[in-house]
Every structure is written in C-alpha cells, then in structure tokens.
Design a protein around this ligand. Structure first.
Ligand code: FAD
Ligand code: EPU
Length: 339
C-alpha cells in the first residue's frame, strides 16, 4: 500500500539542511511500488522530483509537486573470469556499496570512498574523485521511463558520460528514474594512484604495497581533512565545476597569474581549479549572513545554520561575478538548483 504524505519538511532530506516543504512526498522501496504509483492518474501528470540522499541539491523554494525518495535496496554479484558484475539498488548508500566492494576484494571504486549520496544518483553526474569516475567501472543501469512506464537498460555509451555530466542531466533530464546500477569491477588490483595526495599519504604511513582497504582509508582520510561533514555543517560538496578552458586563454592567464592551478583536460584544453580562483578573489572561509565558503575548501559553499536557498544561491552569483571580473572565466554551478 503506497503512503503519500503531505507538506513534508525536506530539511533532513538535503545535506545543505535547507528548510523547504514538499507538497507531496513518498518513499519508494521497489520497482512494483514505482509502477503502482504511476498507474494512478493523479500522480502521472504532477510535477515530480526524484530524491536520493539530497547531497547535490540546493532547494530555493517549497516543492509544489511530488518528491519521490528512492529507497530500493539490494546488492548482488556475478563473477565472470577476472571481473565481477556488482548490481546495486538505486537506494543503496553509495559508500555502503564501496565498503561492500572493499570487504569482498572487488577493485575499481575505492577512490570514490566516502562520496555522499545514493547509488541511483551516481550516474546522474558521473561522480568522480581522486582520478576516478564511475564511468570507468559503470556497466549498465536500469531506469523507469516516466512517460511510458517501461524499464530501459542504459549502456555506458547511452549515458554519454563526461566530467560531472551524463545524458540524465541533459537531453533526458527528468525523464527516467534509475532503479539499479551494475558496475564491472576487478578481482585483482588495478589501483589508480595518479592523484598525488594519495601517494603522499601512503608514503607518510610507510605503506609500500597498499591493499584495497588502505586506499579506501587514505582517500577517506584526505576527504575528511578537506571537506565539511554535512551532518554538522550543511553543504553539497563542490558548488561549482572546475572550469575547462582553451589553451590560448590559459596561456594568457598563466602570464598574469603564474600560480594558477591547472590540469590537462584532453584535446589541448585545460581544467582550472575553481577553488583556487575563488580563494584568489578573497572568498575562502568568508561568512556572509548564514552562508559562506568552507575554511579549508573555497569551492564548497556552506550553511552555517538557518540559511535559505536564495541566500546561498545569491552568494554563489556573487562568486561567479567576481571570478569572472578577475579572470574572465565563468564558473558553472555543479549542484542541482531546485526552484
Ligand atoms: P541527490 O542530491 O538526491 O540528487 C542529485 C540529482 O540526481 C537530482 O537531480 C536528482 O533528481 C537526481 N537523482 C537522484 N537519484 C536519482 C535516481 N534514482 N534516478 C534518477 N535521478 C536521480 N560528488 C562527486 O562527484 N565527487 C565528490 O567527490 C563529491 N563529494 C561530495 C562531498 C560532500 C561533503 C557532499 C555533500 C557532496 C559531494 N558530492 C560529490 C556530490 C554528491 O555526493 C553526488 O552528486 C551524489 O551522487 C549525489 O547523490 P544523492 O543520492 O544525494 O543525489
Ligand atoms: N585549491 C585552492 N584553494 C581552495 C581549494 C582548492 O587553491 O580553497 C586548489 C589547490 O591547489 C588544490 C586544488 O585546488 O590542490 C584542487 O583541490 P582539491 O584537491 O580539493 O580538488 P577540487 O578540484 O577542488 C575536485 C572535485 C571534488 C573531488 C576532488 C578530489 C570538482 C568540482 N570537485 O575538487 O568533488 O572530491 O576533486 O578528486 O570536480 C564534488 O563534486 O562535490 C567534490 C567534492
């Protein structure tokens, strides 16, 4: 029996801790419940918002529609030669899946330890950290199409993954609900240690031959040292993407700002560290009313308590304008803005 609640506070359902209300709210625990929900004409036509862990959202207003919190659980595995296919329900907590894989000796997502949120949201922005993105191990996902009520399997090619991008954020935005994801992981080590901070921390700990658990622990340690814990201070991780610019513009910037932090981004383009750009504008650790940037990471906007979505959004606009005025580079928001 489906249970739909009315006028539900979303404060505990978004890691920014913004107090807004959903007109209607339902938790969905199975594919059958999803099909049942949309067999009811009233819910077929209403504005919907799919919610995982709410760790990449900024609510600006009350949500005047139906919020669907995805809770489908379950992890199953199939060994296939040197690889293992791991299928997880969309409502599994991402880091629980990482821990499960680390414990079972499945290699490939350990660099993505401690990223908040759900498995179902992981393909939406192709989550990434420490030199790894889910596109590297993504196999397929199963998604429910709202318009037809049919379940469709998406391959890696179908998903059109890019840096913090996928088809689900672009041409198919709002059309599908992901119900499960399959990852192809390895039974032997294939560590990605190219991110300097991991090697440095392993060296500090005197670890020469790291295990899967070592990598997961080191990544978690680095993350905790830089990023605010959403259970104590509201945030949604990086608020902006790291901008990718053409090499010609980069050369000009490098002359004017020799300390600029950058990485090659393929095909001659250059990715800039947005945190550095924001810090250079004097924003790092700044407190503006109830919002501000994190003291250890200027790319993270925070809720010091009682902030409204509008307040955070308006501060983010100030950052975009100031960075553009100083560097001629336009920052794009990475967090989903829910109006
Ligand atoms: P939500 O915030 O609930 O939703 C995000 C988007 O996905 C929304 O558009 C929503 O409608 C949609 N969505 C959610 N579930 C589904 C579904 N089942 N089907 C269809 N659409 C769905 N991200 C990184 O990539 N790398 C990081 O290192 C990283 N670090 C972070 C650190 C902190 C402290 C925080 C708070 C966030 C961080 N993030 C990072 C962002 C966040 O963890 C990811 O974007 C994560 O995938 C969001 O998952 P979620 O379940 O909370 O999604
Ligand atoms: N930097 C500064 N000042 C700052 C922050 C960063 O100068 O206040 C410079 C430093 O030189 C630092 C560099 O920027 O070395 C990169 O910083 P960091 O390693 O913290 O990574 P990031 O580029 O800021 C990205 C992701 C994170 C991910 C980390 C680790 C984006 C938008 N963000 O941050 O993802 O965890 O790399 O791989 O790509 C998220 O998406 O929410 C997120 C946290």
């Amino acid at each position: 029996m489906l249970h739909i609640s009315q006028n539900v506070s979303l404060k505990q359902y978004n890691t920014f801790g913004i107090e807004v209300f959903a007109k209607h709210f339902i938790e969905i625990n199975s594919r059958d419940e999803l099909t049942e929900l949309f067999s009811i004409p009233e819910w077929k036509t209403i504005k919907t918002l799919v919610l995982g862990g709410g760790s990449n959202m900024l609510f600006i207003n009350n949500f005047d529609g139906l919020v669907i919190k995805i809770n489908m659980k379950g992890i199953t595995t199939t060994i296939n030669g040197n690889a293992v296919l791991v299928e997880a329900g969309a409502g599994e907590v991402w880091n629980d899946l990482v821990n499960y894989c680390v414990e079972h000796g499945y290699f490939g997502i350990e660099n993505l330890s401690l990223i908040p949120g759900s498995v179902g949201a992981s393909p939406i922005q192709n989550i990434g950290a420490y030199g790894v993105e889910i596109k590297d191990t993504f196999h397929t996902c199963l998604a429910y199409e709202l318009e037809t009520g049919l379940f469709k399997t998406f391959t890696k090619e179908d998903c059109k993954f890019g840096y913090r991008e996928s088809v689900f954020k672009n041409e198919l935005k709002g059309n599908y609900i992901i119900v499960s994801v399959v990852f192809k992981l390895f039974l032997q080590p294939n560590f990605n240690l190219k991110y300097g901070a991991i090697e440095e921390e392993l060296a500090k700990r005197g670890i020469l031959n790291p295990t899967l658990k070592d990598i997961s622990q080191v990544v978690s340690y680095i993350r905790v040292s830089k990023l605010p814990d959403p259970t104590t201070i509201g945030n949604a991780g990086s608020f902006f993407k790291n901008p990718i610019i053409e090499a010609t513009l980069f050369e000009k910037l490098k002359l004017a700002f020799p300390g600029i932090v950058s990485y090659p981004a393929g095909t001659g383009d250059v990715k800039l560290a947005a945190g550095w750009l924001i810090e250079q504008c004097g924003f790092k650790g700044m407190v503006v009313g109830n919002t501000g940037t994190w003291k250890n990471q200027a790319l993270v906007l925070v809720n010091h308590g009682g902030a409204t979505g509008e307040e955070v959004f308006s501060f983010s606009s100030q950052i975009i304008d100031t960075v553009f005025a100083k560097f001629g580079v336009t920052l794009q928001r990475e967090v989903n803005i829910i109006v």
